[in-house]
Each structure stands twice: as structure tokens, then as C-alpha cells.
Write a protein that binds this ligand. Structure first.
Ligand code: NDP
Ligand code: MG
Length: 392
């Protein structure tokens, strides 16, 4: 029987790369594509659904339903819209599900899919940051598997093949440093959304690209590392590596360090999760090390990137602080993209929200139910909106 595949966030950067790999590996003839989801880009969603002969295409937005239905006319693909339809898509039996919706919106469909014992390829880092313990417990309770897709976590996962987690002394996550790594710190406050939206090495969605410039992306990834691998925060480090060729390193108790090296192309990590535990040919560039010549590293300075300091506080605090951190970050990013606050004020907003909510002891509870996580997300967005109004 062909492997049944669902992709949440098919029209995004990760989603498109996933569709590309499926197509190269035989497309509709090799896979049974159950469902594809997208947001506003219904023309592209319909195109993908037709090409992969999906059973179902879902737009997250009810007001996009008519357009999606029209674009699918005569294709035999069923159209659906809204949060309920996304959850229903997650209930449809599938062997491998890609979670690549951007933001906290990706949590619910992923959680739902895990309850059916599927393999979840997890690009949506926000799921682990907001609800790591809940996600892992749900996977365990239902015999489901989570495979990391974020490049750093795929790299760590690969470096750990055949190793005992007890033998790990440290995990080092690399960061390109984003668009502003060489800017003077004083200039950062005037950085514009356009300037923050270009990445030196990776082609990604706009939100994660801006998060790379502010290092909120790396902050999320440090928390993601703690949650996924169950490593004490004191053993997790970040280092700036401008070439983005080493994606992460794992140091062992005997002093050895295993580094994962590869081109900055997400199709490697996606393909690894798709074909795991096998490795198959992937259309990524092969590195010419003599041509590259040298690899550079610099400290990840918390003065320049306060998001990294906040991530440490969140990892120490645990509980619901990851949910608050992520929601405050999403709200601050929206405000920056709308030019309501400056680039460096994003960290001020997040710090303000964490201070406010931890003052009420709201964040010490464990994220052991979806309701608690969503409630914290809501409170953090409200607190962030208030702080943003004060800064305008
Ligand atoms: P994009 O912005 O490119 O794509 C996001 C996808 O989610 C699109 O399909 C979009 O639909 C859909 N979408 C947007 N908002 C919603 C919503 N509220 N509800 C449901 N669907 C929605 O994001 P990326 O592909 O860059 O990132 C996806 C996830 O993967 C993120 O969590 C990111 O952090 C993570 N990731 C991404 C990497 C990358 O290289 N891009 C690397 C590592 C992790 P539409 O476009 O049709 O509106
Ligand atoms: Mg990453």
C-alpha cells in the first residue's frame, strides 16, 4: 500500500519543499496524498492538490472557501475551510504528516494527528516551545513518533543515531546571525521590516526570516532543543556560524564532538524525515570543502540579541512560560511588521509580557492540557497588545 501523506502548511516555504520532494520521489504514483492545507494562497493549494491527486484540500480561512472550491472544480479533490476542517483533516488516517503551519496555529492540528499514532514530521517549532511536555506525552500515549524537521534539530537527531542520550555533555546550536549580524548595535533600533526580511543564507518564510535577524528564531530553537531532547538547559549552547554549513554539534562525555555539515537547503532535513530511517538521494548541493576553505564561529552575544537571554530564562522557568514567550513574540513581530514598534522593541515587549505574567504566578503551571496552553497564549497576546500600545 502506498504511504499515506498529509501536509499542513503545504503552500509555505517548508510545505513547497515537501511537495517538491514528494514530486521528485514519484508524486501521486508513489504516495497516497490524503490532505493538503494552506492559508490564503488557494490558487497554489489547488494546483498542488491537483498535481498530487489529494483527497482533500483545506484552507484555514472560511472566507477563502469559495475561491478554493472554484479552483478545484472538476478535479475530484474535496474542498474544506476553517479550524474545524483542519482538525478533521488531522483525523484522516495518514502514515506521515508534515506540520508546517507557521506560528502557534500549528499546534492543534499536530496534536490531533498524534492522537492517531501517526509519524509527525515537525517543522512547526512553536508546538514544542508552547506545549513540549504535552506534545511528547500525547505522542507516547498513542504510539506516535515525532521527527524533527527544523534543520538544527534534524542535525542533532542525526548526530545522536546509535548514541545514548546519557553520553551527551552539550548540544551546540549554530546561528547564522541573520540579516544584522554585522550591524553596529546602535543601528538596530532603526532596522526596517524590509531590511529584516532578507536572510544571508536561507530562503524561508518572512516571519522566520525576521525572527532570524532578531535571534528569536534561535531562542525558540534553544527551547525546542530542551523540550525535544530532554537536555538540561545548562548543556545547551548557541554559537554564531556565519556560513550556515554546520547546523548543530553534539558534544559527548569523552570530549568528542559530532557536527552535522550540509548545504543550507531545507530539503535535506525534510527528506531525512520523509525517508527515515533510510537515506535516499536528495537534490541538495554537494559541498566542495576545499572551495569553502574555512568555517567561522563567534560568540552569540546576549547584548546584541536579548532574545537569547530571554530563552534561557524561559528554559529555566519551564511550565507555561514557553507558551507566553512564543505568543508575546508573535504579537511583537506583528507589531514590528506593521511598523507600530521598532526592531529592538520586540524584545522589550516579550520581556514585559513575561514579567507581567510571571508576577501573577500564571506561568508555573505545567502545560499539561491544550486549554491551559491556549489560555496562556491568549493572555500573553493581550498583555503584549497593551505594551505595544504604550510604546507607540
Ligand atoms: P510560511 O510563512 O512560508 O508558510 C506558512 C504556511 O502556513 C503556509 O501554508 C500558510 O498559508 C499557512 N498559514 C499561515 N497562517 C496560518 C494560520 N493561521 N492557520 C493555518 N495555516 C496558516 O512559513 P515557513 O514554511 O517558513 O515555516 C513553517 C513552519 O516551519 C514555522 O513554524 C517555521 O518556524 C518552521 N521552520 C521553517 C523553516 C524554513 O526554512 N522556512 C526552517 C525551520 C523551521 P498561505 O501561505 O497559503 O497563506
Ligand atoms: Mg532552524
Amino acid at each position: 500500500m502506498a504511504r499515506r501523506i498529509t501536509i499542513f502548511g503545504a503552500t509555505g516555504s517548508i510545505g513547497e519543499n515537501t511537495v517538491d520532494l514528494l514530486t521528485r520521489q514519484g508524486g501521486a504514483d508513489a504516495y497516497d496524498v490524503v490532505a493538503l492545507s494552506g492559508g490564503r494562497n488557494v490558487a497554489r493549494l489547488a494546483e498542488q492538490a491537483r498535481a498530487l491527486r489529494a483527497d482533500l484540500a483545506v484552507t484555514a480561512y472560511p472566507d477563502c472557501y469559495d475561491d478554493l472550491k472554484a479552483a478545484l472544480a472538476g478535479s475530484g479533490v474535496e474542498a474544506a475551510a476553517g479550524a474545524g476542517a483542519l482538525a478533521e483533516a488531522a483525523d484522516r488516517p495518514a502514515d506521515w504528516i508534515m506540520s508546517a503551519i507557521v506560528g502557534a496555529a500549528g499546534l492543534v492540528p499536530g496534536m490531533r494527528a498524534l492522537k492517531h499514532g501517526t509519524t509527525l514530521a515537525l517543522a512547526n517549532k512553536e508546538s514544542l516551545v508552547t506545549a513540549g511536555p504535552l506534545l511528547l506525552a500525547t505522542a507516547e500515549a498513542h504510539g506516535a513518533r515525532i521527527l524533527p524537521v527544523d534543520s538544527e534539530h534534524s542535525a542533532i537527531f542525526q548526530a545522536l543515531v546509535g548514541e545514548e542520550i546519557e553520553a551527551v555533555e552539550r548540544i551546540i546550536v549554530t546561528a547564522s546571525g541573520g540579516a544584522f549580524r554585522d550591524w553596529p548595535i546602535e543601528a538596530l533600533k532603526n532596522a526596517t521590516p524590509e531590511q529584516a526580511s532578507s536572510h544571508p543564507n536561507w530562503a524561508m518564510g518572512q516571519r522566520i526570516t525576521v525572527d532570524s535577524a532578531s535571534m528569536f528564531n534561535k531562542a525558540l530553537e534553544l527551547i525546542e532543543t530542551k523540550e525535544y531532547f530532554g537536555i538540561d538547559p545548562s548543556r545547551i549552547e548557541a554559537v554564531v556560524h556565519p556560513e550556515s554549513l554546520i547546523h548543530a554539534l553534539v558534544g559527548f562525555r569523552d570530549g568528542a564532538i559530532m557536527a552535522h555539515v550540509g548545504p543550507p537547503d531545507m530539503r535535506h532535513a525534510i527528506g531525512y524525515a520523509l525517508n527515515w530511517p533510510a537515506r535516499r538521494d536528495l537534490p541538495v548541493a554537494r559541498l566542495d570543502l576545499a572551495q569553502i576553505g574555512q568555517l567561522n564561529f563567534r560568540p552569540a552575544c546576549e547584548n546584541r540579541w536579548p532574545a537569547l537571554r530571554l530563552a534561557r530564562e524561559v528554559m529555566q522557568a519551564g511550565g507555561l512560560s514557553g507558551a507566553a514567550f512564543n505568543a508575546a513574540k508573535e504579537a511583537a513581530l506583528d507589531a514590528f511588521l506593521a511598523r507600530r514598534i521598532g526592531f529592538t522593541q520586540m524584545a522589550e515587549v516579550v520581556e514585559g509580557v513575561l514579567g507581567q505574567l510571571s508576577g501573577d504566578s500564571l506561568l508555573t503551571n505545567s502545560p499539561d492540557s491544550l486549554e491551559k496552553v491556549l489560555e496562556t497564549d491568549h493572555l500573553a497576546r493581550e498583555a503584549a497588545a497593551e505594551i505595544v500600545r504604550g510604546l507607540e
